[in-house]
Design a binder for this molecule. Structure first.
Ligand code: HEM
Length: 607
């Protein structure tokens, strides 16, 4: 899952020297005229006979509400909702944003007006245009964005970048002797440089100019790519077929925790957060890259570092996000280093994807009886001239980017929050362990692990997962949508081109919806029909409607199997001197909100 590029003090910290009077004065001058004219427009709309616009909280000139957001915008928007109501419009630089904080308003955005609200921001034609119906502007097979053509035409990576994995013939990094490739590499390097130099924000760069699913504007192209992603990776059948990857990673995790348990004591806890991120990387890496990822020569830690960097860039603050089409904002991003960081990360990840794709192009690969992975399936489509989709190398990379950026953190973060809640609530932990151990005793012939079949019988564990999604949805505000047409939400008029967020984090803690909302009490779902798959608007960790997460089955499978095995194979203790109440539950993040402080626990192997 991905998220808004909202600023926060930590990401703003390196920028502070630039938000100096010297910088602000020209900025203020430049934007003042626009800002005041947009204010006049808003006020004008409010005095018309039509529905009013949602009232904005107090704003600074030019910056609007930008500096009020803080490091956890979902908390700021909750405070705003308490004061101004559950549909509020804020102004962030030049970006108009509506935030909704009630199930009724969420339903209006995600169901009643789903079609009007189902594009994503940052798409140049809507930003610059007049807000006409974007559904009519379809990409088709030719991919309308100008830059896409340039990037798509390039097929190799820069010659001297990224030896991510090496050895035993798995190497696929462009070398000095690849002269032709080198020329092409220089080209893609230029393209990437241009991209960044032109101030394109993180999502645009890293999604290959919106050739992916998550950030792409609503269009026929997006629909086709989403279908493809589901077909090749996320359908129930596919998710079941990847059970081997989950089982292998669970084995690896249990092995390493068992070793720690054998060696350790209460004074030497393990960093469970770190282990769960590595596991999540492993599952997604295996289903996407197959044997390549599993081979010993694959440098997992470099890859994980690169993905971390990618997520940081995707979620980090850039001036251009809030002052689109502004030369000054681009200069500011250049001056703060944001543009260079983006370029660096893009080059690395792009070269890496090229290397993996090249590896999958080797003709002897599938002949050797290798299990087909996601890249194999996509390469097959790319090479099939009669196939249903005219894919290019960059389309494949866009899909890979979604798979990694959307899949790794969300699953890891969810399991970490659950284990934290269980440690704070020993009653719930005991009940969950009793359930999983009874089910395995009764049903499993291999009683060293819980298998996927066993997981389906764990009713209480499933309630725990649900309760956790209520309190800790990884995407606190969902991924921003953008209206393609003006529409009415909860009696308010919302203009075309408005960014929309749904504060699912705040709804999960609303006492008007939930009894004792701050309590972690899975039993609240015992006799309840409420589920998290997008039909119940009070619980939306995966969103809802056309842009809902297409990976509910995979996300849930990854979390449940791992959790069941953590509870089955181990008892868990807090490190020496730490009490249940001491566990820090603060969240931090940009794209995905994770637990701020790593979860350190002591595993005790179950006898
Ligand atoms: C616990 C696991 C996960 C959670 C909580 C989660 C949550 C979300 C959320 C909140 C959205 C935005 C929905 C909206 O805007 O209405 C989203 C979108 C998306 N997620 Fe997930 N996600 C999870 C796992 C995954 C995985 C494993 C993948 C891929 C392997 C994935 C791929 C995507 C994609 C491609 C989108 C964009 C869909 C679109 O714009 O059409 N997610 N996810």
């Amino acid at each position: 899952m991905f998220a808004p590029s909202l600023p926060n003090p930590s990401s703003l910290a390196p920028l502070l020297p630039w938000i100096s009077p010297l910088f602000l004065i020209p900025l203020l001058c430049l934007f003042f005229i626009r800002s005041s004219s947009s204010k006049r427009e808003t006020q004008g709309a409010a005095t018309n006979n039509g529905p009013p616009v949602p009232g904005p909280p107090k704003q600074l000139p030019v910056l609007g509400n930008l500096l009020q957001l803080g490091s956890r915008p979902h908390r700021y928007f909750l405070a705003v909702a308490r004061e101004y109501g559950t549909v509020v419009q804020v102004q962030l630089g030049r970006v108009r944003m509506v935030v909704v904080t009630s199930p009724e308003a969420a339903k209006e955005v995600l169901r009643t007006n789903d079609l009007q609200c189902c594009s994503r921001p940052n798409s140049p034609e809507l930003r610059l245009g007049s807000g006409q119906d974007r559904g009519a502007q379809q990409h088709g097979q030719g991919f309308a964005f100008d830059l896409a053509g340039a990037v798509s035409s390039v097929s190799r990576s820069p010659a001297n970048t990224l030896p991510v994995f090496a050895g035993d013939g798995n190497v696929a990094v462009a070398g000095a002797d690849e002269a032709i490739a080198g020329a092409e590499c220089a080209q893609i390097g230029e393209d990437a440089t241009d991209l960044a130099a032109h101030g394109e924000a993180g999502a645009r760069t890293l999604s290959y100019n919106f050739l992916d699913v998550a950030f792409g504007p609503y269009s026929d192209y997006w629909r086709d790519m989403r279908k493809l992603l589901v077909l090749e990776l996320l359908s129930t059948r596919r998710v079941q077929s990847f059970a081997y990857a989950r089982a292998a990673e669970v084995d690896r995790l249990v092995g390493s925790l068992s070793a720690a348990a054998a060696a350790g004591s209460l004074s030497t806890p393990v960093d469970l957060s770190e282990k769960l991120y590595a596991l999540s990387d492993g599952i997604i890496g295996t289903v996407a890259f197959g044997k390549t990822y599993m081979s010993d020569s694959f440098d997992r830690s470099s890859f994980q570092g690169m993905m971390d960097e990618t997520l940081r860039v995707l979620g980090s603050f850039t001036f251009e996000d809030f002052f689109p089409s502004s030369t000054l904002a681009r200069c500011a991003d250049f001056a703060t280093g944001a543009a260079a960081r983006r370029r660096r990360v893009f080059r690395k990840i792009d070269a890496f994807f090229d290397a993996v794709i090249d590896k999958h192009l080797e003709p002897e690969r599938l002949a050797a009886g290798v299990q087909e992975d996601l890249v194999d399936a996509l390469v097959k489509l790319w090479k099939d001239p009669d196939g249903p989709l005219a894919l290019s190398r960059d389309n494949i990379k866009g899909i890979l980017m979604d798979t990694f950026a959307g899949g790794i953190d969300t699953c890891a973060v969810t399991t970490i929050w659950i284990m934290s809640e269980l440690m704070r609530n020993p009653r719930v932990m005991r009940k969950a362990q009793a359930e999983v151990r009874a089910v395995v005793r009764n049903n499993n012939d291999n009683n060293s692990r819980v298998n996927e079949e066993g997981v389906q019988r764990l009713k209480y564990l499933k309630m725990i997962v649900k309760e956790n999604f209520r309190l800790h949805p990884p995407g606190t505000l969902l991924i921003p949508r953008e209206t393609m047409q003006s529409c009415e939400i909860a009696g308010y008029s919302v203009d075309a081109g408005t960014r929309i967020h749904v504060n699912v984090w705040a709804m999960g803690r609303d006492p008007a919806i939930w009894d004792r909302p701050e309590e972690f009490c899975p039993e609240r779902f015992e006799d309840s029909q409420v589920d998290f798959r997008g039909l119940h608007f009070e619980l939306l960790p995966f969103g809802s409607g056309r842009r809902a997460c297409p990976a509910v089955a995979m996300g849930v499978a990854n979390v449940e199997l791992v959790l069941a095995n953590l509870l089955y194979c181990f008892d868990w203790e807090l490190p020496d001197g730490v009490k249940e109440g001491d566990i820090d539950m603060e969240e931090t993040g940009q794209l995905v909100f994770r637990k701020k402080v790593a979860l350190l626990l002591v595993p005790v192997k179950r006898q």
